[in-house]
Design a protein around this ligand. Structure first.
Ligand code: SF4
Length: 281
């Protein structure tokens, strides 16, 4: 049995940029801390902690270290507090997220209602809220349209990793109700493209092992894409979750992951799967 790694899998540009920044800074011997989970992949995060990255809860714990701003970004108040605590920061906010923050600030200054299609508690959305005085209305699958004033101009924007159908659903709904609606499609093209690429990959293989963080919205979305076209799809965080017996029925397995799944982990999973086959010889 062969385990084929998706050639298009691996970190997106934003995550790659953030991880390279951490590695470079630590290699130079500069102490570095991060507030919150750097990316939604526990194993990669633990690797970076072993290299010397220190997790902290708030800026007061920086203790002379620089603090990394994650790809999800931070709310405007973070930068003011960094000044107050005299903390240096390294900004790894993904440029795509930065663009959303800028658009939100501008629309908020123009007096528009800010409507974000996304998840209320997602760090990116929490950070976006901080760029409009926490006045944004976050919409998802539930009908929260009652909070939206159809008479006031509004901006509809998306969490970069939101499911396309959610954004499209709200676009259609608000176009017909809000009088003066600006729509800014801030979905990440890497994520939307990955959906199409993964659909093809999942069709080409008898079974798919999707590797990613279970609480990563990008992982859950891409896993759902695979599962939709190939019911023989499993979702794991690492190779310890694999059941050797499940692979007996397949001659080949495709392995893929999300924007925050490191290539080293995909290789480890592929090696584990191929070792099950060897044990049966
Ligand atoms: S998924 Fe897209 S928006 Fe998010 S960090 Fe990666 S490149 Fe940036």
């Amino acid at each position: 049995m062969k385990a084929i790694i998706d050639p298009l899998a691996g970190f997106c540009r934003g995550v790659n940029r953030a991880i390279s920044l951490v590695e470079r800074t630590l290699e130079e011997g500069k102490p570095l801390a991060v507030k919150g989970e750097l990316i939604h992949n526990r194993l990669e995060v633990e690797r970076l902690y072993r290299l010397g990255l220190v997790p902290i809860e708030h800026l007061g714990e920086a203790d002379g270290r620089s603090v990394l701003v994650r790809t999800h970004g931070e709310e405007a108040g973070f930068f003011a507090r960094a000044g107050k605590y005299n903390v240096d920061y390294l900004d790894a906010t993904c440029p795509k997220v930065m663009r959303s923050q800028k658009v939100i600030r501008r629309a908020h200054d123009e007096g528009k209602q800010i409507i974000i299609a996304g998840h209320l508690n997602h760090p990116e959305v929490i950070a976006l809220q901080g760029h409009c005085d926490n006045a944004a209305i976050v919409v998802n699958q539930e009908d929260t349209s009652a909070a939206i004033d159809p008479q006031r101009p509004a901006l509809l924007i998306a969490q970069t990793t939101v499911k396309p159908e959610i954004f499209i659903q709200w676009q259609n709904k608000l176009k017909n109700t809000v009088k003066d609606l600006e729509i800014f499609d801030s979905r990440c093209s890497f994520v939307t493209r990955r959906g199409e690429q993964l659909t093809e990959f999942a069709r080409e293989h008898p079974a798919i092992v999707f590797v990613g963080g279970k609480h990563s919205s990008n992982s859950n979305m891409l896993y759902a894409v695979c599962r939709q076209v190939n019911s023989n799809t499993i979702f794991i965080e690492d190779e310890t979750e694999l059941d050797p017996g499940w692979f007996n029925q397949f001659h080949q397995v495709g392995i893929s992951g999300s924007a925050s799944t490191p290539m080293w982990l995909l290789k480890k999973v592929a090696e584990a799967i191929e070792s099950f086959a060897l044990k049966q010889i």
